[in-house]
Ligand binder design. Sequence first.
Ligand code: APR
Ligand code: ZN
Ligand code: ZN
Length: 361
Amino acid sequence: MSQQVQGVIAPGKNEPVRVETIVIPDPGPGEAVVKVQACGVCHTDLHYKQGGINDDFPFLLGHEAAGVVESVGPDVTDVAPGDFVILNWRAVCGRCRSCLRGRPWYCFDTHNARQKMTLTDGTELSPALGIGAFAEKTLVAAGQCTKVDPAVAPSVAGLLGCGVMAGIGAAINTGEVGRGDTVAVIGCGGVGDAAIVGARLAGAARIIAVDIDDRKLQTAKTMGATHTVNSRATDPVEAIRELTGGFGADVVIEAVGRPETYQQAFYARDLAGTVVLVGVPTPEMKLELPLLDVFGRGGSLKSSWYGDCLPSRDFPMLIDLHQQGRIDLGAFVTETIGLGDVEKAFARMHEGDVLRSVVQL
Ligand code: APR
Ligand code: ZN
Ligand code: ZN
């Protein structure tokens, strides 16, 4: 028996999103229906609405979510009805070359639910990042559900489903920030701030926050930045070099996704330092660097895809640290809103004072 619930649909390119009745099939083999409790509003949802990801309208938006498993299909063993879970957009296969080589975060056979959710007229929906959680319930692959401590607030837990995990993971997984390191973070929105939290967690001695907006730098300080640089007023490469005795930072995390800021990251690192690109560039962006400068510097240039996270390893650990008060994921929740407020939340993203609006159900 399928069921009908309310969900937020992006009907066509740049059209306003709206709440509509959607049809959720019963979970098939390897699938689960999750009663969504909270789902953060991410830039990627806006990109879907704008047609920037693909043209598979209508989309069922939302992908940064936590909730309770309502029912599971055949062959599901890892989660059961009643489990409190965080959804992830990359259920790994466990069998491909990357998985077998112990690098499941590069799995090339990630999967989502096979069945489709639809509108009441039968139109198939494309769930954002294979999740679609701006909805009372959603259908996912069971491997997209990671059990965590149910005592944590869903609005906080859901954040790990995307942006906050991407930022923390850029520092602790991809950047491998170590005790005593100097870390610079360029771009202090939700992702950059999460990278700051990750750097602090990993024991960085100095965390230099770089942004063009003083308000963002203020927030970055509350997240753990020890130094701030407004790159409109001061050359960030020089400022970072000055703060590191002329050497540059051990790890520079670029959380904007632009060639200029990547270039700053490239030159602001120590000769043996690491650059982590976690900001997402657009297809037309190009990077030009003197090859001699690439040759002349050691270290490594890395990109971080979803914080190179392994949900089963990282979600429970970060929830545990949050519950112990060692990190404050709640600081990323600026406001909680209803399903009907997603369009307004998109508009607020550009105002600059929102880290995350979270739809609460
Ligand atoms: N130099 C420094 N900071 C900049 C610059 C710049 N040239 N341009 C923008 N910024 C800052 C903004 O002021 C803002 O604080 O970068 C930050 C970007 O933050 P958000 O817009 O909130 O984006 P966020 O959610 O943090 O995501 C950052 O990661 O996941 C990707 O698609 C996402 O590319 C985006 C990036
Ligand atoms: Zn795999
Ligand atoms: Zn996202």
